[in-house]
Design a protein around this ligand. Structure first.
Ligand code: WTA
Length: 662
């Protein structure tokens, strides 16, 4: 088990009751209300979810069956109901008085902003959807979206949903090779992209990377490349394949009848890293997924009609799906969509943007908070106290454990000690929040995601699947299916079963892949980190195997092992141990080769996968049967002394060599 978190969780004794003023108006008004919802779910699980699905979504044809467990773990929710996700997110708002309400405040990289109303967004999406239809794209087709943060990115997702096409958004920082792999696995018919993206004042390529991905070959299913003009930069155009978005949509009708789909229809596939092999295409449903995205906006974020909500994630990650593209629109919220980065033009950008748009609910990653703490220690002018943050009433975090010190800073310096913090634990596979305090109800403990949401049967078990008592760490599982859960891995149902419902645990419990512990007194959960070979760097998930494969694909490399190392700012950092085909380099040679390999990984996967540190060895520590001892490498990466017995190693002497950089 690789526990990499630095937090004190279970030992943390500070408890912060939910601020009284917040509690007085909260959607879930207190622990009694929370307990009542949990009791409702426990007493009649299907009745509970059925009620919520009727209350929170508009069904074109109502469902008569809530949950089908016949083919577990391929669960089906609301399967005979019909709906359309984009109808629920857009048309519903035109009908209930939100037509002229701002849906999106687009805050561009350069600080300019644009307001888009629900009526305008609806029109944009309908035209976009009609444009896609005019190219023959239809229900069930897969469409890759490779765009940066933009109104058009959100509209592209909604347009796919409107016509029943299944989208797969690929984060704009992934390399051509990663993009190509996803295009092939998804069998996509089109790519929607932009000419370039703007980040931190720089124009960065997007379309050129799509060209490169397609040139790598194997992408014969792609018929169209649709290009949103963001910067007007110079790009290559392939006649017959590439077309401008504006040319495609300008003359389309502003009405597009939604394609009604079964609740189980795949809304999207999102690739994420696992412990082995290539990234997994996590497949999500339409009905169950949207229910949870909408409901958690109300429960976890207490969203109200006058809120200005801002989630700083990118649409390339699941947070940008559930808590930008779908959740906020499904509840008619006004949200900021931010193109830029937290440090441009300076590290006060988040706080300045909150003040500018009077943001009331702010949701970001611990890694961003930690880097902004550092920045304001160095330069007092970017400290939150210099900005009017009085509009903020609720704060949230996601993506990795938050260390108590960062939590306290967020609470006092950003939240003025009057804003609850929701530390939301969830995953690409869970579709939405799983374990989080409810603002206005759950007393908060820094570093703990506290308690599961009502209806989420989270538990901690040992390796045989037996419950462990509070105070004893174990494996985090969910014992009952829930509506927004992953349905399968695209093209790989066997991998879905073995990854998430392993036989060792009885085949019926969802295995999250994280370790956790519950506090003896409060029963609160603290996540202790991944138990598999998945790293979490700045809240981004990465498989060590993927990075190792990228490294060994380099002609110079004979062998590589990648481990995570705790990092003050990014949570974890990537440390690679590499054996070259040539002699082990030292000094400047080692530096030069390390740089070359880091750039190689950036090209193979994307800059986010670059190892922070590379150490060269003549060999790697191995057992006599040839297994690489990653456990020992983790100790070496941390700079700690190995205390384990190493007598079973084939080559114990190698440890000395790998202790530090070459
Ligand atoms: C980690 C992101 C502790 C965890 C939504 C999980 C967290 C992985 C938290 C999923 C949190 C996410 N506290 N750890 N509040 N939120 N994680 O799929 O290890 O990108 O398994 O989804 O992030 O990452 P993913």
């Amino acid at each position: 088990m690789t526990s990499t978190t630095t937090q004190q969780g279970p030992q943390e004794s500070r408890i912060f009751p939910s601020p009284a003023a917040f509690a007085a108006q909260a959607t879930v008004s207190g622990m009694d209300a929370y307990n009542a919802l949990c009791a409702e779910a426990a007493a009649d699980y299907e009745g509970f979810w059925g009620r919520l699905a009727k209350e929170n979504l508009v069904w074109q044809k109502p469902f008569t069956k809530v949950l089908n467990e016949d083919n577990a773990p391929f669960y089906k929710w609301f399967e005979d109901g019909h709906l359309n996700v984009s109808y629920n997110c857009l048309d519903r708002n035109l009908q209930n008085g939100n037509a002229d309400k701002t849906a999106i405040i687009f805050e561009a990289d350069d600080g300019k902003s644009v307001h888009v109303t629900y009526k305008e967004l609806h029109e944009k999406v309908c035209k976009f959807a009609n444009g896609l239809k005019s190219r023959g794209i239809k229900k069930g087709d897969r469409v890759i979206i490779y765009m940066s943060m933009s109104v058009e990115g959100v509209a592209a997702m909604q347009a796919c949903a409107r016509i029943g096409a299944t989208h797969s958004v690929v984060f704009g920082g992934f390399s051509a090779k990663s993009l190509q792999e996803r295009i092939i696995d998804a069998g996509a018919v089109a790519v929607i992209t932009a000419d370039e993206q703007m980040r931190g004042g720089k124009q960065l390529p997007l379309k050129a990377i799509v060209d490169e991905a397609l040139a790598l070959g194997g992408c014969d299913t792609i018929k169209d490349v649709i290009v949103y003009k963001r910067t007007g930069g110079n790009i290559n155009f392939v006649a017959g394949r590439d077309l401008w978005l504006h040319d495609l949509v300008d003359n389309q009708s502003a009405e597009c009848e939604p394609e009604w789909v079964d609740a189980e229809h795949p809304l999207f596939i999102l690739y994420t890293s696992g412990s082995t092999g290539t990234p997994k295409g996590v497949q999500h449903s339409s009905g169950g997924y949207l229910l949870w995205a909408a409901l958690t906006m109300k429960w976890s974020f207490d969203i109200k009609p006058n809120d200005v909500y801002w989630c700083t994630a990118d649409i390339g990650w699941v947070t940008g799906h559930s808590y930008i593209a779908y959740g906020p629109t499904a509840v008619g919220a006004t949200q900021v969509v931010f193109e830029g980065i937290p440090t441009f033009p300076n590290a006060g950008r988040f706080w300045g943007t909150i003040a500018k748009h009077k943001v009331s609910i702010f949701y970001t990653a611990p890694t961003a908070i930690r880097s902004l703490i550092k920045a304001s220690d160095l330069d007092a002018s970017v400290h939150p106290k210099n900005y009017d943050l009085s509009s903020v009433r609720l704060l949230g975090t996601v993506g990795e454990p938050i260390n108590p010190e960062a939590w306290m800073w967020y609470y006092t310096q950003v939240g003025r000690e009057v804003c609850p913090i929701v530390d939301t634990f969830w995953q690409t596979e869970t579709g939405g929040h799983m374990i989080t305090p409810l603002p206005g109800a759950t007393p908060m403990v820094p570093g703990s995601c506290t308690l599961p949401l009502p209806g989420i049967m989270a538990a901690i078990v040992d390796e045989s699947g037996a419950d462990v008592p509070n105070g004893q760490g174990g494996i985090l599982v969910v014992k009952r299916p829930w509506p927004s859960m992953i349905r399968t891995i695209w093209n790989n149902p066997d991998r879905f079963k073995s990854s998430y419902f392993p036989e060792e645990l009885g085949g019926k419990m969802y295995l999250a892949g994280d370790g956790a512990i519950r506090n003896k007194d409060t029963g609160y959960f603290t996540i202790t980190g991944r138990i598999d070979d998945v790293l979490n760097v700045s809240g981004h998930r990465m498989g060590t195997m993927e990075i190792e494969s990228a490294l060994v694909a380099n002609p110079l490399v004979a062998e590589a092992a990648v481990v995570g190392k705790p990092d003050e700012t990014t949570g974890e950092s990537i440390c690679a141990f590499v054996v070259l085909k040539q002699a082990r380099p030292t000094g400047d040679d080692a530096k030069k080769l390390a740089l070359e390999l880091r750039n190689w990984v950036a090209k193979e996967i994307g800059p986010i996968a670059k190892p922070k540190e590379i150490r060269f060895g003549d060999n790697l520590p191995k057992t006599r049967s040839g297994k690489i001892m990653r456990r020992l490498l983790r100790v070496l990466a941390k700079g700690e002394t190995i205390t384990q017995d190493v007598s079973t190693l084939e080559n114990p002497a190698i440890l000395e060599q790998l202790k530090e950089a070459s």
